[in-house]
Design a protein around this ligand. Structure first.
Ligand code: H2U
Length: 349
C-alpha cells in the first residue's frame, strides 16, 4: 500500500481552535481555471477624494463633517449593526425552534489614515503604531462599559471582500454576547487549558517556531505563519510570542513589533500578485467580561480570498457549504511563497 505523503495525498487537517477539519487536496492545485475572474482596478487613487465619506473634512452620509484628522480617526458607524439602548425581554425557555434574543452593542469605524490611497503595507511603522494605540484605547473604553463583553476589531479590505470604500479603514463591533467564532474558540482554548494546564496557542507557536516550515516572518515579539489547518489559500495568523491575552497588555516594544510585523506581512501579501491584496482580518483576544482569561493568547487572523493570481478568487461553495472546508495548495507551500517574497513593497522597487 502507498505510504502517506502529506504533500501529495488528499488528507484532512484538524483545527484545534474551532474543533473543525479541513480537507486538503494538494494534487489538485494544478487544475485549470475557466471560471470567474475578478476585475482588479488598476486606477491610481488620489490622496484625497472629495466624494469619499471617510476623507478628512468631508461630509458623511448622515450629514456629519469629519474633522481635519491627521492620523487615525474613530467615529460611531452611522449605519450601526448594533444599538445601545436596553430592551425589555423575557426568554421563553420552552420555545425550541424560534429562539431569539436582543443584542446590545456599539459599532465604530476606524479610519487608518487621512490619505485616501494609503493601505497598511504602505504606511510607516509609526503610523501603524498609531492605529494600534487607537485599537488599545477602543478595547479599553468599549470593554469597560458594563454590558459590553466582547470587542471585535476587524478590517475588510478590497471590493472582493465587499468593502464599500477604498479609503483605509477598519471597524470595531462591541457587544454583550460572545460572537459564535469567538465562543467556539474560547470553548476549545478553555478545554485545552483545563486538560494540559498550558495555553494552546503558546504551545502551538512553540512547535511552529521549531519547525519553521509554516512561518512567514517573525521578530522578537510576534510570528506570522500559515496555520497548519489554514482554509483560505494564503490565510495567516500573527501570534504573540509572550503570553498576552489582550492588546492592552503590549509593552511599548511589543506595540512597535506588532506594527512592524503587520507592515511586513501585508507588504508580502501585496507583493504576491503585485496588487493591493484583499482580505478580512481581525484580532482575537480575551473577552471584556471582567473574568481572567489565561486560556487566551493574543492573535490576529488574515483570511484573503485570492487563489492563484490577482483575479482568481477561491470560492467557498458546493462541498465547502455542504461538507467541510477544502483547499488545494498546502499550508507549507503557501508559507514558502509568502516567505520568499521581499519586505520591500513592489511599488517602491
Ligand atoms: P465597509 O466598507 O468595510 O463596509 O465599511 C464602511 C462602513 O462605514 C460601513 O459599515 C459606514 C458603513 O456603515 N459608513 C458610515 O458610518 N458613514 C458614512 O457616511 C458611510 C459609511
Amino acid at each position: 500500500m502507498k505510504k502517506f505523503d502529506i504533500n501529495e495525498d488528499p488528507h484532512r487537517r484538524y483545527n484545534p481552535l474551532i474543533n473543525e477539519w479541513v480537507l486538503v487536496s494538494p494534487h489538485r492545485s494544478k487544475r485549470p481555471w475557466q471560471g470567474q475572474n475578478e476585475s482588479i482596478s488598476k486606477e491610481e487613487l488620489p490622496a484625497y477624494d472629495p466624494t469619499c465619506y471617510l476623507c478628512a473634512g468631508n461630509v458623511r452620509a448622515n450629514g456629519e463633517v469629519n474633522p481635519d484628522y491627521k492620523k487615525s480617526f474613530v467615529f460611531e458607524n452611522d449605519f450601526a449593526a448594533l444599538k445601545q439602548e436596553p430592551i425589555d425581554f423575557q426568554e421563553d425557555k420552552n420555545n425550541l425552534f424560534f429562539k431569539a434574543q436582543p443584542e446590545r452593542g456599539i459599532s465604530k469605524v476606524v479610519c487608518f489614515s487621512p490619505e485616501h490611497n494609503l493601505t497598511l503595507p504602505e504606511m510607516t511603522v509609526d503610523a501603524i503604531s498609531d492605529i494600534i494605540a487607537t485599537w488599545q484605547k477602543e478595547y479599553t473604553d468599549l470593554g469597560s462599559i458594563d454590558y459590553i463583553n466582547h470587542v471585535q476589531i476587524f478590517e475588510n479590505k478590497g471590493s472582493v471582500m465587499g468593502c464599500s470604500n477604498p479609503h483605509p479603514h477598519g471597524q470595531i463591533w462591541a457587544q454583550s454576547s460572545l460572537p459564535t467564532e469567538v465562543e467556539k474558540t474560547q470553548a476549545n482554548l478553555q478545554a485545552y487549558y483545563k486538560k494540559q494546564g498550558t495555553n494552546l496557542l503558546q504551545d502551538y507557536l512553540h512547535e511552529e517556531l521549531k519547525l519553521k516550515e509554516r512561518v512567514v516572518v517573525e521578530n522578537d515579539h510576534f510570528a506570522a505563519l500559515v496555520p497548519f489547518w489554514a482554509v483560505w489559500p494564503f490565510e495567516t495568523m500573527i501570534i504573540s510570542k509572550r503570553h498576552i491575552t489582550k492588546i492592552t497588555d503590549f509593552t511599548t516594544d511589543e506595540a512597535t513589533a506588532f506594527a512592524s510585523i503587520l507592515k511586513q506581512l501585508t507588504t508580502r501579501y501585496d507583493n504576491l500578485f503585485e496588487t493591493s491584496f484583499p482580505y478580512s482580518s481581525g484580532v482575537h483576544q480575551a473577552p471584556t467580561d471582567g473574568e481572567q482569561h489565561p486560556e487566551w493568547q493574543f492573535h490576529m487572523h488574515f483570511y484573503p480570498p485570492l487563489l492563484r493570481s490577482a483575479t482568481v478568487k477561491k470560492f467557498m461553495v458546493g462541498y465547502e457549504m455542504m461538507g467541510e472546508s477544502q483547499r488545494d495548495i498546502t499550508a507549507e507551500k503557501s508559507a514558502q511563497m509568502l516567505r520568499d517574497l521581499s519586505d520591500v513593497h513592489y511599488k517602491n522597487k
